[in-house]
Write a new protein. Sequence first.
Length: 448
Amino acid sequence: MKKLIYRSMIWVTLPCILLLSIALCYLYFLYDGDISGHYEFVDFFAVAITVSVVVGLLFLVIANYTSLRLTGRITSSIESTDLRKGSFNMYDELVPFAVIIEREKQALRERIEELSNRADTIETITDSMREGLILIDNDGVIISANSSAHRVFGDNIENRNINHIYRDGSFQQAVKQCISGENTEMQIEHDERIFAVFFSPVFSNGSIRGVVILLHDATERQRAEKQRREFSANVSHELKTPLTTISALSEMIAQGMAMESDIQTFAGRITEQSGRLLLLIDDIIRLSEFDEGKNNREVTSFCLWELAESVITALRDNAGSVDIQLTGERFDVSANNRMIDELLYNLTDNGVKYNVENGKVTVDLARSEDGLCIISVKDTGIGISEEHHPHVFERFYRADKSRSKKTGGTGLGLSIVKHITEYYNGHAELYSKVGEGTTVTCYLKVIE
């Protein structure tokens, strides 16, 4: 505005200087009335021009000062105006512009707030995802990553190249293919976890603007599939053994190949293997119920001591020289009677089976200060070597396979114990030493 005023004054000043010079010459003619020579007129005109220029320069200085004052007054009124309050302390001519500016400013403010709220909503949603979400540009630089992705690859991964974050050839090749426009997926292993990774290009106006990478933690699914495959293989193997024996012996009897004196022996072995087969099937059904959540949830209140006594009484008939004792305190629990009975039976039965001549099994019942029911079964048997400790609660795992086959064990007892303990939000612990015996302790939240 200052330049505009100053320029306008210059355009006004220049004609004025010329007119002033002419006016001075005219006044000189009127006063003198005669010019004797051409040079005298030129000299006079030069003096007039000089005077006019000096006057013009003085006028420009005054104009510059005036323009500064004028623009200062205009801008000061604008600067002192707070548009947010809706009052305009300025010249009336500028008020319409101020109103338009304020209207546009308010619309822009609302738009920014809307975009900010939308961004916050998107960030909240992505941070709540269990899957890792990473956005990268065409150069592979990470634009954004949610909290799940940070847990996988660490913090401060934004503005870094994805190939520097995870240096795997197959992964980098998948990123490259996706940037070129191909949807792809793969599986990676990172920090002992298995992830299914999905790569999707992002298109805008027909061109690729970046890539979305989604990481799904498939560790538990992979482990479950592996466990199911192993379980199916083990079940097939365990069922095949007694069925083969039953089939062979019954075929010999049916074809008359067995002697009269052997028929009773064969029948006894068939009965024994049938019992083992039924026991195995029953254990498999119980584990399937736990896996599918179909186990009986009926809860009753009963005396744990009395239940333990009934289990011990049932096992004493086949315990031989092994002595079974019940110690601890008498108290009530609130749980499924059949499940606790099964837990006690499996633990005590294992203590008898894997014991020595004239050995001892002690079933101890106690309550902890924080309200946990503690069932501990200790035997003086053969014990389990340390390398087997991490696997004893796995299905079909046997530390002493020859002893298990001799005693008719299915390899599922401790696995069932573990599932029952976890069902009641507890855990099981094992302590064992070869030649000294084994102690299995279960902590369950079943006390009222």
